[in-house]
Design a protein around this ligand. Structure first.
Ligand code: FES
Length: 315
């Protein structure tokens, strides 16, 4: 018997096992006064029983949430503390270790395996050589065929859809309900998300229409007519990772992308002035027709959204 009361007993296979008896130190409880802990746990369990029962009764009687909450808390607290005390102080403190036989392969077994494979295994495979060859062919064909669904799962080729949007010359600016927008629909300081009529809700054609002032806005040379009477529109697809640039800070005349806080300055053609966006939001050239409808002079003249595949090295 060892110092802690456990015995080293031989197993049926002759291996030595450690047997833990009721007298072993591992089997003793951690509490110095087990009776006291026992009583405390007992009382706490009784408290939780009373609290749970009271919870049930008061629930039926329609008691307030506060009363129900207090009773439930008392019940669960009592139950939890009693259970934890029982487990921590009144259970054998261990540790218990199970004997595990060594599983190491001996040098002799390794040599035997090698010689067995070299003799019988090789012969067995070579005896049916044609099967091994046809199996190789089947594996190779499967490997090639397995690529088909993989390639197909990449979806259809994007073609030119990454370069263009449904916006075209003469497109009406419409709201999410398909209603054509007029100059009366956006007050000074206003902000509306709009789409072309044939792509309402389209992820790549979503556009923000702003009206920061009542006179023409020129953001760049060559864009003198793009923002008549202060109506100005930009792609809503962030050039960083494609989130919708959904916030307009009227005080600073900036658009904010909430994903990574890129800020775009409206008056400089939505140049990014803060954050990770690598390039400006494309501007949609606008005009106002004779009936006051806001329309596109032309499509976007560059791809919208994060265009890293055509602008290698910019990110
Ligand atoms: S997606 Fe707009 S800042 Fe990242």
């Amino acid at each position: 018997m060892s110092e802690n009361g456990s015995e080293h007993a031989p197993s049926e296979t002759g291996e030595e096992r450690i047997a833990v008896s009721a007298d072993s130190s591992q089997f003793q409880v951690a509490a110095r006064h087990p009776r006291r802990v026992e009583k405390s746990a007992f009382v706490l369990f009784l408290v939780s029983v009373a609290a749970f029962a009271a919870f049930g009764a008061t629930y039926v009687l329609g008691a307030s949430d506060m009363v129900l909450g207090v009773l439930l808390a008392v019940g669960m607290l009592g139950f939890g503390v009693a259970l934890a005390s029982w487990g921590k102080y009144l259970m054998p403190r261990g540790p218990f270790e199970e004997y595990r036989a060594p599983m190491r392969t001996t040098e002799e077994q390794k040599k035997l395996l090698v010689s067995d494979f070299a003799s019988r295994g090789k012969v067995a495979i070579e005896r049916r050589g044609f099967l091994a060859k046809v199996m190789g062919v089947a594996g190779a064909v499967f490997g090639v065929v397995a690529l088909f669904p993989l390639i197909r799962s990449l979806g259809p080729k994007p073609g030119k859809t990454l370069d263009t949007t449904p916006w075209k010359k003469g497109s009406y600016l419409t709201d999410i309900n398909g209603r054509r927008l007029t100059v009366a629909d956006v007050n000074v300081g206003g902000f509306v998300t709009c789409f072309p009529e044939d792509d309402i809700g389209g992820a790549m054609s979503q556009t923000v229409l702003l009206h920061p002032q009542t006179t023409d806005i020129v953001t760049r040379v060559g864009r003198e007519t793009w923002a008549p009477q202060g109506y100005i529109a930009f792609s809503k697809v962030c050039t960083h990772a494609g989130c919708p640039v959904g916030l307009y800070e009227q005080a600073t005349e900036q658009l904010l992308c909430p994903c990574h806080q890129s800020l775009f300055d409206i008056y400089s053609g939505c140049e990014p002035v803060f954050g990770p966006a690598p390039r400006p939001l494309p501007q949609l050239p606008l005009y106002i027709d004779s009936k006051g409808y806001l329309r596109a002079q032309a499509p976007y003249n560059e791809p919208v959204g994060p265009g890293f595949w055509t602008r290698g090295g910019e990110l």
